[in-house]
Design a protein around this ligand. Structure first.
Ligand code: PEP
Length: 252
């Protein structure tokens, strides 16, 4: 049985006061022994403080990005060891906003995955096609390419110790989610790709769906056999919405 997991990606939103309010509400209302893992990924400048706020809760701490290199002259970057040092447990790599706005290549994303894993962080690898790629019938090719680069660099064992998030770019922040069937199709494909290397690891790897998940559509998406939870952007900033999504994940 794969344990469901829901990850909140706060992106570049929040303030110290807003973060404190959100964590207070989540902490008060999220069960002490949850059946789904919950992770929040605040902007980097707030990671340490949010970690302190989460201390007496079952909610885990993550970051939104990490440097592929271990240390040195990389102005503006933060290493996996530094994230670990401030009690981070998870880190997102290869979010489409980083791939597209900051031109991160598949190879760089794979190196970030390896760097995070090497410092015992759980990397959350985002993959997903753009609208034009879906319309051109290239979804499988794009997602497999993004996944294969990580499989080649890190191997299936290491990949399986992380989390994969399928996030169709056309569904992120648009209000237009993939249908449960569209999501399942790609999730099954990702699992099959991992299974081609190792069936046991494939069956244990958690694969999240991300893209306009909200309280009203979470249950039907999480009901799909290969959807093990969600990576949540906008809805993770509203306690009611995020808690309802977590509850839906707990029922899968
Ligand atoms: C995301 O940022 O990964 C995301 C899925 O955003 P949203 O839920 O707002 O579409």
């Amino acid at each position: 049985m794969r344990r469901p997991i829901v990850v909140g990606n706060w992106k570049m939103h929040g303030s110290r006061a807003e973060n404190a309010r959100l964590i207070e509400e989540l902490g008060a209302r999220y069960p002490a022994n949850p059946v789904a893992d919950c992770v929040v990924c605040p902007p980097l400048v707030y990671v340490q403080e949010v970690g302190r706020l989460l201390r007496d809760t079952p909610i885990h701490l993550g970051a939104q990005d990490v440097c592929a290199d271990a240390q040195g002259a990389f102005t503006g970057e933060v290493s996996a060891a530094m994230l670990k040092d401030v009690a981070c447990e998870y880190v997102i790599v290869g979010h489409s906003e980083r791939r597209l706005l900051y031109r991160e290549s598949d190879q760089l994303v794979a190196r970030k995955f390896a760097a995070a894993h090497a410092k015992a962080l759980v990397p959350i690898l985002c993959v997903g096609e753009q609208l034009a790629e879906r319309e051109a019938g290239r979804t499988a090719e794009v997602v497999q390419r993004q996944l294969d680069v990580v499989l080649e660099l890190c191997g299936a064992e290491t990949l399986g110790q992380g989390v994969v998030a399928y996030e169709p770019v056309w569904a992120i922040g648009t209000g237009r989610n993939a249908t449960p069937q569209q999501a399942e199709e790609v999730h099954a494909l990702i699992r099959a790709r991992i299974a081609a290397q190792d069936g046991r690891i494939a069956s244990e790897t958690r694969i999240l769906y991300g893209g306009s998940v909200k309280a009203s559509n979470a249950a039907e998406l999480f009901a799909m056999p290969d959807v093990d939870g969600g990576l949540i952007g906008g809805a993770s900033l509203k306690a009611d919405e995020f808690l309802a999504i977590l509850a839906a994940a707990g029922k899968r």
